[in-house]
Design a protein around this ligand. Structure first.
Ligand code: SF4
Length: 707
């Protein structure tokens, strides 16, 4: 560990804002403050970030490998993992094994996991909990830009005159970005529009809140595109030079436009007010998050938004652009290494045979995967029906967080071999045959990439408890052992591929692959960082990608109007409105929406340790409209049972005029450790977006009764 005068600089492990922190050891233990020099937060922290020091607790951590619940040596546990994976591959083929990883993994962990599965085992079956987070944005970016690229940077929110928040409660889910927006609004009078079925905390600074019907965003933005065309706002010259497909997109938009008020349930006057603001204010940023992504039409929603920015040439310029904000600290880093089952590595695609050959050649891979693997929901279906027989889950808790959580538990219970590496025991570790103790935040060493494509260092400043080790090390050790078992190449090949003397070596390889035969054809290129020494890696300052070996680096992309498609033009996508898969019925008359609350993170393994964070919301609650509560005879604090086709769970009722009538909201955080009624995601249906595979976590038909 490197001592830095004044503290150790690192990055917050929670949301995709990626705030810099400074950790300082004092007589009372560690103190964590915002890093005044980090360009994501300039010293700010939210409630979760400022409570980080309180989570540095060794008690209760996983500190030794466990085999069938009994302590084992690392060698014994890793030998067993390699042996069982090798036997499964030999008997049933490489697609009978899978990894399910996490946006909590550092880029270096992710890189080794992806290389092991896709390059050496020979299967695409590595997916990530980022599938639940922003897979629809990835798919939408690929369709529109020819690459998974977020065009702008946080500064754009401060330089915009209009910020549209779509399906994003920025105030609670990306609080420091919200603080930056609020401060900018105070200085330049930025108009803010919130498009969300719920009246959230973000509405506190909104000039306009459109409480649209769940899942109707495509119709709203199709109407906007038609309005922009009718109002003469299309940047015809730019569109002709830099984009294709506007004609078909306009035809599709016109077909939806007449029905916008009916579909969205909004008043024509409020729709027109939004359309006028967007048409008249050039410096517009549209921020979108899980309300857009976690939908069976998530990819179409993304492209409906992007279409409006392309039509007005509001992209690649200061204060303008579509802006996907990711949920997790390293969702972006996972995308960079190919941590999604349908991506290859370094933003290369399985659809391109030359890319498969290129990645295989770079890795010296004996058995490169040639087709995408299974996406998260489908992957756990395959565990349930026996197609996947050996599964390694890393830094995530799918027994709580995946839709149909009870089916996930059944699948894990039936799976012949489950490995879980994590910092704490979770609902998922209960199903593990082998549990591997992982180093956590403050102990791990590597990099993460935030929502604006900025790579920052996570530096260790304390020792991991007991025998806990980094995820990349466990993966590399299993890789070396697998090489001795599997006959399709020599053990030396595997040993060479998985011998790293530290995270800097992994990062150099990752950076080199991104620049390998790139030539500006792929957006993700950090080839300019491939030669970092260990010392310069350690001291790496936050940096925006791309960082090519030669040519312009960082900042705002698409400023020159050149995209990553073969003809360098952006693509309009002719989307059409589709309603959510579930509709309210007589038996299930409500639609259930799930999401986050301000002071909790994921399944509370870390934030649940802090009493002051628990005091914000200390138990699972169900928000419902006061009229619905009255009809059900429910008062605030009453216990209610929510039933869906998937299961039941109990909550304290919280009547709230912030809800639309007929709609419910429950936080997704609570686990079996915190509530006897089970997680909210046991209620959620398994429908997914046909393009991105992202589950529809925000619209499940449900019934409510007072207990
Ligand atoms: Fe951490 Fe996000 Fe809060 Fe920043 S805004 S301190 S990254 S949780």
């Amino acid at each position: 560990m490197r001592e830095i005068p004044g503290g150790i600089r690192s990055t917050c492990p929670y949301c995709g804002v990626g705030c810099g922190i400074v950790a300082t050891e004092t007589a009372d233990g560690w103190q964590v403050k915002g890093d005044p020099d980090h360009p994501a937060n300039f010293g700010r922290l939210c409630s979760k970030g400022s409570a980080l020091a309180d989570t540095l607790i060794d008690s209760g951590r996983l500190t030794r490998p466990l085999v069938d619940g009994q302590p084992a040596s690392w060698d014994a546990a890793l030998d067993l993992v390699a042996d069982r994976f090798a036997r499964t591959i030999a008997e049933h083929g490489p697609d009978a094994v899978a990894f399910y990883v996490s946006g909590q993994c550092l880029t270096e962990d992710y890189y080794v996991a992806n290389k092991l599965m896709k390059g050496f085992i020979g299967s695409g079956n590595i997916d990530t909990n980022s599938r639940l987070c922003m897979a629809s944005s990835v798919a939408g970016h690929n369709r529109a830009f020819g690459g998974d690229v977020v065009p702008g940077c946080y500064q754009d929110l401060e330089e915009a005159d209009l910020v549209v928040l779509v399906g994003s409660n920025l105030a609670w889910c990306h609080p420091v970005l919200f603080q930056r927006l609020t401060a900018a609004r105070g200085q330049r009078g930025t108009k803010v529009v919130v498009i969300d079925p719920r009246r959230t905390a973000s509405c506190e600074i909104a000039d306009l809140h459109l409480a649209l019907a769940p899942g109707s965003d495509v119709a709203l933005f199709q109407g906007l595109l038609a309005h922009l065309a009718m109002d003469g706002r299309v940047a015809t010259e730019w569109v002709q030079a830099h984009a294709s497909g506007i004609e078909a997109a306009l035809v599709a938009a016109a077909m939806d436009a007449g029905r916008v008020a009916d579909i969205t349930g909004l008043e024509p006057g409020e729709i027109q007010a939004f359309y006028r603001l967007f048409a008249e204010i050039e410096r517009t940023v549209t921020v979108y998050s899980q309300g857009v992504n976690q939908s069976s039409a998530g990819t179409d929603k993304v492209n409906a938004i992007v279409n409006c920015h392309l039509a007005t040439a509001r992209i690649g310029r200061p204060g303008m652009g579509p802006f996907s904000v990711t949920g997790q600290p390293n969702a972006m880093g996972g995308r960079e290494v190919g941590g999604l089952a349908n991506q290859l590595a370094a933003h290369m695609s399985f659809a391109d045979p030359a890319a498969i050959e290129r990645v295989g050649r770079f890795w010296g891979a004996p058995n490169i995967a040639t087709k995408p693997g299974m996406k998260a929901v489908e992957l756990f279906e395959a565990v349930a029906d026996g197609r996947v027989k050996a599964l390694w889950i890393m830094a995530t808790n799918p027994a709580v967080s995946l839709p149909r959580a009870d089916r996930v538990r059944d699948a894990l219970a039936r799976c012949p071999f489950v490995v879980v590496s994590d910092c704490w025991p979770t609902d998922t570790t209960r199903y593990a045959h082998v549990t591997l103790p992982a180093a956590g935040w403050g102990e791990k060493d590597g990099t993460v990439t935030n929502s604006e494509r900025r790579i920052s260092r996570q530096r260790p400043f304390r020792l991991a408890p007991g025998e806990a080790r980094p995820d990349w090390w466990m993966l590399a050790e299993v890789g070396k052992r697998l090489g001795r078992h599997l006959s399709h190449s020599s053990a030396e090949t595997w040993a060479h591929a998985f011998t790293y003397d530290g995270p800097a070596a992994i990062f150099r390889e990752h950076a080199a692959l991104s620049g390998f035969e790139n030539g500006g054809t792929r957006g993700f290129d950090i080839g300019g960082l491939a030669e970092l020494s260990d010392a310069t890696y350690d001291a790496l300052e936050p940096v925006h990608w791309p960082v090519p070996a030669s040519g312009p680096a960082g900042g705002r992309l698409f400023a020159d109007g050149g995209f990553f498609t073969p003809d360098r033009k952006a693509r309009f996508v002719a989307v059409r409105y589709r309603p959510p898969v579930a509709a309210a019925t007589e038996a299930f008359p409500f639609l259930l929406n799930t999401g986050r609350i301000r002071d909790q993170w994921h399944t509370m393994t870390r934030t649940g340790l802090v009493p002051r964070l628990m005091s914000h919301r200390d138990e699972p609650r169900l928000a419902l409209h006061p009229d619905d509560a009255r009809r059900l005879g429910v008062d605030a604090g009453d216990l209610v049972r929510v039933t869906t086709a998937e299961g039941t769970a109990m909550f304290k009722a919280e009547p709230s005029a912030e809800q639309r009538p007929g709609e419910l909201f429950a936080a997704m955080h609570w686990t079996d450790d915190f509530t006897a009624s089970g997680p909210a995601d046991r209620l959620v249906q398994g429908a997914t977006d046909p393009v991105s595979g992202q589950p529809e976590l925000k619209a499940t038909a449900a019934a409510v009764e007072k207990v």
